[in-house]
Write a protein that binds this ligand. Structure first.
Ligand SMILES: Nc1ncnc2c1ncn2[C@@H]1O[C@H](COP(=O)(O)OP(=O)(O)OP(=O)(O)O)[C@@H](O)[C@H]1O
Length: 288
């Protein structure tokens, strides 16, 4: 069970003056249970890559296989497989349309033909994951909620489909720092509780570094780095900068301290780890 890209290239508007190759020769295998972060500069091909994962777009060349099924074929198996990949696009709240929060989240499960009891169970569970109290919010209009709450309703609608893979394209765009932390905390909780495979697209290395167990860095439509966050920040700094993204601020700080002779362990990814690593340096000690 996996998502596999085999030599995938995608060109928008081929054969026209606007032709643009967005991703080139991508080879990538995403394994069950992974939390994959995809980062890269604007226009590096992140969204195009992710939209292949549920067959929203099909490769111009190459193949995308989800659980062994080639998504570019036309068959019942493809329809069923596409449902296994839940997609949260940028500003998903723009797709809310029902009169109540309950009806909006229930829309997808109902479309699957599930019984009312099962639909209710899924709505309740999805609301719990995104931190919305079922009784308090179920009858509210989604359009009278705050921006962050609307987004949570939209994400709950995808969680209620109980996908095997959950792909989120910049889910925190436009939210304040608190709203961002909440959304990421909820995604992390869902990943830990259910083992769902998460694919998270972000501009922000800091967000991705804290959560992902694997990161790919996109640069001009190609994968320039692929590995666990600590490895990438240690050995791939030049490629990270070349891709137009930054290492997380804590890593940058520790790197600087190290360069200035303080022998800190510079592979911390969070502020807590950074503090520990600085406190571990014996007082007054310098590297040389
Ligand atoms: N619908 C489209 N039609 C034509 N070109 C497109 C379309 N969508 C994307 N592109 C082009 O494909 C390239 C990759 O875009 P894509 O949106 O995949 O990058 P991205 O890394 O997700 O960018 P961002 O971080 O800004 O969302 C860009 O050059 C973009 O202009």
């Amino acid at each position: 069970m996996s998502i596999v890209f085999e030599n995938v290239t995608y060109t928008y508007m081929p054969g026209t003056p606007y032709q643009r190759t967005a991703i080139t020769n991508i080879n990538l295998t995403i394994l069950p249970g992974e939390f994959l972060g995809i980062i890269g500069h604007t226009g590096s091909g992140k969204s195009t890559l992710v939209q292949h994962m549920n067959g929203l777009i099909n490769p111009t060349a190459g193949k995308v296989l989800v659980n062994g099924v080639d998504l570019s074929e036309k068959s019942q198996a493809v329809k069923e497989t596409r449902r296994k990949v839940g997609m949260v696009f940028q500003y998903p709240e723009h797709q809310l349309f029902e009169e109540t929060v309950y009806e909006d989240i229930a829309f997808g499960p109902r479309n699957l033909g599930l019984a009312d009891e099962e639909v209710k169970r899924r709505v309740c569970r999805a609301m719990d994951f995104v931190g919305l109290d079922f009784e308090k919010f179920k009858k509210r209009s989604p359009f009278n909620l705050s921006g962050g709450q609307m987004r949570r309703v939209a994400i709950a609608g995808v969680i209620a489909l109980e996908p095997e893979y959950l792909a989120l394209d910049e889910p925190s765009a436009g939210l304040d720092p608190r709203g961002r932390d909440e959304i990421f905390g909820q995604v992390m909780k869902l990943h830990q509780a259910t083992g769902v495979t998460v694919i998270l697209v972000s501009h922000n290395m800091d967000d991705v570094a804290r959560m992902a167990n694997r990161i790919i860095v996109m640069n001009h439509g190609e994968i320039s780095l692929d590995g666990p966050p600590r490895e990438i920040f240690k050995s791939g700094r030049d490629k990270i900068h070349a891709a137009g993204v930054d290492v997380p601020p804590v890593t940058a700080l520790l790197n600087k301290l190290n360069e200035r002779g303080l022998p800190v362990n510079d592979d911390a990814l969070t502020v807590e780890e950074a503090v520990k690593s600085i406190l571990a340096v014996p007082r007054g000690q310098k590297k040389c």
